[in-house]
Design a binder for this molecule. Structure first.
Ligand code: SF4
Length: 360
C-alpha cells in the first residue's frame, strides 16, 4: 500500500500547538504546512479532490453519536461512533462518503481530541455498569491518518484505562506501527473491513491488499490487541462463493480465533444519491454490475434471496473456522436475522454480547 502523502496541509492557526498538529509538523516539516484563520481555509470541490488536502482544525459540535445503523426496523448492536476525522484518503467505489460529504469534502482531522475524550469520559462515568463499544471509523478510516497524526497515542491509553468501554479502530490500511508501541490492556479492538481479493482489486482503490491487511492484523494481535473483521459490503460477482471462502480462510490462517472479538457481515447498499455518485465516477464501478433491488428504505441492495445465500455461505465458513466467535449482521431486519442466524436478539442483548466478547 502506498503511504498517504497529502498534496497540502492546512492547520487552523490557534491549533498549531495541539499534539495532533505537532505530530503532523514533526513528520512533514513546518514548511509543508499552511496556516488559516476560520472561516477561511481550503475549499476543495468534490469529495475526491477533498481527499488530497489534509485540514487540521477544531470541531465545534458533539463528537459522540449513536451509530446511524440503529434505524427503526433493523437489528441494532448499540454502537457509538466517535467522529474525530472526516473523509478518507482511499477511494472505494461504493463508499457512502461520496454522497454524505458532498457539501463538506475536506479531509479533516479534528485537533481538540482532549475535548472529545472528556465527552466520552462523561458518558462512561455516568453509566459505570454499562459496557460501551465506541468506534472512530464511521465517516473516516480509523488508521489512515495515524502515520501523520499519531492519534492512536491519545486514544489507546485513554481507553486502556476505562473498564467499561471498548474502542474499535476500523480500517482498510496496514497503518499499525503506532499501535505496536502502545499497551491496549484488552480494551482496544483493531478491525479490518475485508472482502474477496477480486472486489478489493476492482472496487477499493488505494486500500491495502487483503494480504497486507491480514499481515497487519497478525502483527497487532501479537501485540495484544483484539481483532475484528467486517465482511462488508458483500458484493455479488462471478465466483463470489470461492472468493469469499478464500478470504475467510486467509483470515483464519492469519489470526488465531482466540484473538477475534467479533465478525460482522453486511450487504452492499446504495441510496439513490449514492448510486448516482457511483455512476459519475471516471472508471466504471463494478459494484453496479451486481443485481440490486430497491428495499423499503429506498436503498438498493442485493435481492434478498441472494443476500441470504451469501450470508449463509459466509456464516457456515466462519463457524467452521472460528467456532463460537460472535457473528452479527449489520443493518438487517429481524426476518433476515431469523433466516440466517436462527435467532433475533434484542438490540440490548446484542450490544451486551459483543461488548463482553461473549460466545453465541
Ligand atoms: S476506506 Fe472506508 S471511508 Fe475510505 S473510501 Fe473506502 S469505504 Fe470510504
Amino acid at each position: 500500500m502506498t503511504p498517504f502523502a497529502p498534496e497540502a496541509v492546512w492547520i487552523e492557526r490557534g491549533e498549531v500547538g495541539t499534539p495532533l498538529a505537532q505530530a503532523v509538523i514533526a513528520r512533514l516539516g513546518a514548511d509543508a504546512v499552511r496556516l488559516f484563520d476560520p472561516p477561511d481555509g481550503p475549499r476543495p470541490v468534490g469529495v475526491r479532490a477533498g481527499k488530497r488536502v489534509l485540514v487540521l482544525r477544531r470541531h465545534g459540535g458533539a463528537f459522540l453519536r449513536q451509530c446511524p445503523a440503529g434505524t427503526a426496523g433493523l437489528v441494532c448492536c448499540s454502537y457509538l461512533t466517535l467522529n474525530l476525522a472526516s473523509n478518507c484518503p482511499m477511494d472505494c467505489a461504493y463508499c457512502f462518503l461520496q454522497d454524505y460529504l458532498a457539501d463538506a469534502p475536506a479531509l479533516t482531522a479534528y485537533t481538540n481530541v482532549g475535548e472529545a475524550l472528556a465527552e466520552v469520559a462523561a458518558v462512561l462515568d455516568a453509566h459505570p455498569a454499562r459496557p460501551f463499544r465506541i468506534g472512530t471509523g464511521e465517516i473516516a478510516d480509523s488508521l489512515a491518518l495515524d502515520p501523520l497524526t499519531a492519534l492512536s497515542r491519545q486514544l489507546v491509553p485513554f481507553f486502556a484505562a476505562r473498564p467499561n468501554a471498548t474502542l474499535e479502530l476500523k480500517t482498510k490500511t496496514e497503518c499499525v506501527d503506532e499501535l505496536l508501541a502502545l499497551e491496549p490492556n484488552g480494551r482496544v479492538v483493531v478491525s479490518w473491513s475485508l472482502n474477496a481479493a477480486a472486489v478489493i482489486r476492482r472496487d477499493e482503490p488505494g486500500t491495502a491488499t487483503l494480504a497486507e491487511r491480514l499481515g497487519a492484523a497478525r502483527r497487532v494481535a501479537e501485540a495484544g490487541y483484539r481483532i475484528g473483521a467486517h465482511f462488508d459490503p458483500l458484493v455479488e460477482f462471478d465466483g463470489w462463493e470461492r472468493g469469499y471462502a478464500e478470504a475467510v480462510d486467509a483470515l483464519a490462517a492469519a489470526v488465531d480465533r482466540r484473538h477475534i472479538a467479533w465478525v460482522s457481515l453486511g450487504s452492499l447498499r446504495l441510496t439513490p444519491a449514492l448510486a448516482q455518485a457511483v455512476r459519475r465516477r471516471e472508471t466504471p464501478a463494478g459494484v453496479l454490475a451486481a443485481e440490486l433491488v430497491a428495499g423499503p428504505d429506498g436503498k438498493a441492495r442485493v435481492w434478498r434471496g441472494l443476500r441470504l445465500r451469501m450470508y449463509r455461505a459466509l456464516v457456515t465458513r466462519l463457524r467452521a473456522a472460528f467456532g463460537d466467535v460472535p457473528l452479527y449482521l449489520c443493518m438487517e431486519p429481524a426476518p433476515v436475522w431469523r433466516q440466517v442466524m436462527d435467532e433475533v436478539p434484542s438490540d440490548r442483548a446484542l450490544g451486551l454480547r459483543l461488548a463482553a466478547g461473549a460466545s453465541w
